[in-house]
Write a protein that binds this ligand. Sequence first.
Ligand code: 0RA
Length: 647
Amino acid sequence: MADKKSNYSASNITALEGLEAVRLRPGMYIGSTDTKGLHHLVWEVVDNSIDEHLAGHCTHIDMFIHADNSLTVKDNGRGIPTGMHEKLKKSALEVVMTVLHAGGKFDKDTYKVSGGLHGVGVSCVNALSSHLRAEVHREGKVFEQEYKQGKPVADVKEIGKTDRTGTNITFTPDDEIFSEREFKFETLAARMKELSFLNKGLHLSLTDERVKEDEEFKKIEYVSEGGLTEFVKFLDESRTPIIENPIHVMGKEDNVEVEVAMQYNTSYTENIFSFVNNINTREGGTHVSGFRRAINRVFTQYGESNNLFSKLKFKIAGEDFREGMTAVVSVKVPDPQFKGQTKGELGNSEVNGIVSRCVGEVLTNYLEENPKSSKRIIDKVILAATARHAARKAREMVQRKNVLAGGGLPGKLADCSSKSPEDSEIFLVEGDSAGGTAKSGRDRVYQAILPLRGKILNVEKAMEHKIYENEEIKNMFTALGVSITEKDGERVLNTEKLRYHKIVIMCDADVDGSHIVTLILTFFFRYMKTLIEQGHIYVAAPPLYQVKKGKQFQYCWNEEERQEAISRLAAGANEDTVKVQRYKGLGEMNAIQLWETTMDPETRILRQVVINDAPEASNTFSMLMGDEVPPRRRFIEENATYANVDV
Ligand code: 0RA
């Protein structure tokens, strides 16, 4: 009996390994079936083309978003093999497209993206597409095969002759699977741009065919000659550099390729982005620790042998060497091992030493050969250490005061009565008057209100100790119950005592309000990023209008809804009984209206803040909040609908 049972489950498992399993539990393969999962499909296909590039066989990758929202990725690689697969008695193309995990290259020596982090293979994309067509140019011939929900519609066909090689994959995401099916031009473009920096000389393009009849297709092309140096310049577009050009490291050891570019700017933030085989390793890993180790070692050595740190009364910490540093660390590893919560951390221990040696050598030479630049960097390091010392004192003052006051909460906080953080929410509200309305409108059992006065400090421009001395920021720390401590010279945010699991930023729906939201988000991004990563941060969406006729009324969140409401309520009525109330500020709503529209979990809209693309997000914050005006103006112009809400 027992045997029979186990046999049964074994065959079951085999059956479940087919593409049916992917359709049954798409989340297990691509994370989710929302917009994030949708774009995961694209990364999966592009990764295969990138693999061809890494193997030295592909120079061009072109992407097309078609009018029917299908998408094509076209490359000039070797083309997926089309010959007979010995064991399976099927074309290799069919095997790659329909067998789970068969998509990878058969040779192990090349750097591989697919099978790495994204890693589920192009067959998963096939399984989750209502329709997919693969076209292969190889050995002078064009082959094609089509699939529906991952199943071949017919055998592989030879359909013509060609003088090129490569693969075109066109797929339509299945509407039975995806809740969101619209490809986002900006998301795809950001990744294509990133890929161009990471793969010097690779041509990438993106064409959006979803345009009005008389318009031309929207097309952008990326190719970077400067590689990571250009990447760092792009990331620091809105910051002021302190040395002329980024320091550039290229090296190779034991088949591991290392490339690093780093620059120092006048800001106080550290921005290190890391990649393994072109995939962003958000949690860092051995390549990043190797990089940090080299920085600490080389600068300490240089400073000590030139007697530059002798006047300091405290030790320089690792983070002092990295304040105001923007760096990209990119490694190509033949057999990457990923670990960590989201598999975003490189585990290969040999990479640590390799990166450390490559960076150490170049940086040592740089410091010897560029005394002026080196002095500027060292001066900045000393300033950072001094400021950190002052910041720690300021922080300890704030935190000690809280302890002395018996964990006293800010006077302005209207706390909730629930003591369970999982059920509790805090609204960070712009202005005392809106704060007052929110206090009367809230459900006091689980909703707390913290009014913030006017514009909070722009942390992008302020020294760290100033930040801890800022009244509104102090209030946020104490109300939220989080604190910052130092561990091995690194700042860590302690969130174990977080008092609310939902932190909702609530500001006016106008330009000033948006600005305040951005200021608060900048603060969270730079000082409490963990809270964003843990999914605790939300932005409230108050309505823009109330359209009213007699006793009937409707709240509207955009112009379209407003027009719709006007025509609905106006039907049969004369003009001047059709009343539109434009809410300029939260304070204009009464407590009941504010509750109904913005605070009641049953009816409100909350936007959860997530970090999709860390380099892009960091860049956007420094651009919006930094010194340079032109990029900020460009951003506002390009996002005009957002900036123009206040008309
Ligand atoms: C399997 C083996 C080889 C290449 C590929 C797959 C391949 C897959 C994709 C997916 C999109 N573009 C692609 N390009 C190539 C190696 C082929 C050989 O050895 O000739």
